[in-house]
Design a protein around this ligand. Sequence first.
Ligand SMILES: NC(=O)C1=CN([C@@H]2O[C@H](COP(=O)(O)OP(=O)(O)OC[C@H]3O[C@@H](n4cnc5c(N)ncnc54)[C@H](OP(=O)(O)O)[C@@H]3O)[C@@H](O)[C@H]2O)C=CC1
Ligand SMILES: O=C(O)[C@@H]1CCC=N1
Length: 268
Amino acid sequence: MAGKTAFIGVGVMGETILAGLIRAGRPASDFIVGVRRPERGAELAEKYGVTVLANREAAAQADTVVLGTKPQDLAAVLQEIAPAMRAGQLLVSLAAGITTSFIETHVPGGVAVVRVMPNTPALLDQGMHALSAGSRCDEAHLVEAEALLGATGKVVRIAEKLQNAATAVSGSGPAYIFYVVEAMIDAGVMLGLPRPLATELAVQTLYGSATMLRDLGTHPTILREQVTSPGGTTAAALRYLEDHKVKAAFLSAMEACRDRAQELAAGS
Ligand SMILES: NC(=O)C1=CN([C@@H]2O[C@H](COP(=O)(O)OP(=O)(O)OC[C@H]3O[C@@H](n4cnc5c(N)ncnc54)[C@H](OP(=O)(O)O)[C@@H]3O)[C@@H](O)[C@H]2O)C=CC1
Ligand SMILES: O=C(O)[C@@H]1CCC=N1
């Protein structure tokens, strides 16, 4: 990865990716941050040793600019930094919903845009990052973006028309998993387990199951069937989940997620 990278908007996702790059051995002097609250800038400078500049100056000094603001704040930031941007720079957006064509209309012609849907397991280098090329990207830009994201997890290239679906699966996905684990812990407590024990049982079960899914390459249906004894306990529990249409709820929830990403793109 060459040159300096500016992170403009350094909240949960921006800091996760910045921290991962520094953890991976990139020198702090490679990074500039643009923030809107001075106290946040001081915190990031203290924690990582990065340079804090006004957004426009940060964009001017960087070869790559990572936009980590909420989608609703993106247009204002683009308007602010566009006069400082120049041909040859790479702009990487983390914003849900916002298209590369929207971003391209707000920056000078020679700026290449990559859209990424990251996720928070990147905090422990277990991220799942789906990236898409804008119309001005060449292979070198994609390789550059892959290096940027690859420090904190797995990276896949996808067609941009699939970005909102990827948001529904991997971008927002960790929240559904945490929600299910919360429910399992509460149920364990209801059944009489002390909360720390219920938490340990649920978390290790999730970790073990996720490891099986990733490392065995076996379809989840087969793995589920292996747990489900005829006339046994698991079948009794799964019947309840089926009766309550939990799978259908997931389908609708993820459709709602995709639709919300489309609304964000439309500016609402
Ligand atoms: N969180 C997640 O799991 C994921 C998030 N994303 C995407 O990542 C982006 C960031 O989300 P997330 O990190 O959760 O959001 P956060 O609210 O945690 O971070 C956004 C940051 O942008 C800053 N900001 C807002 N306006 C400006 C500005 N004008 N100049 C400089 N900084 C500014 C905010 O500053 P302040 O601290 O002052 O509010 C905040 O620190 C979003 O577009 C989201 O769609 C994508 C996938 C997963
Ligand atoms: O909830 C959100 O809008 C962001 C995008 C994907 C995950 N979090």
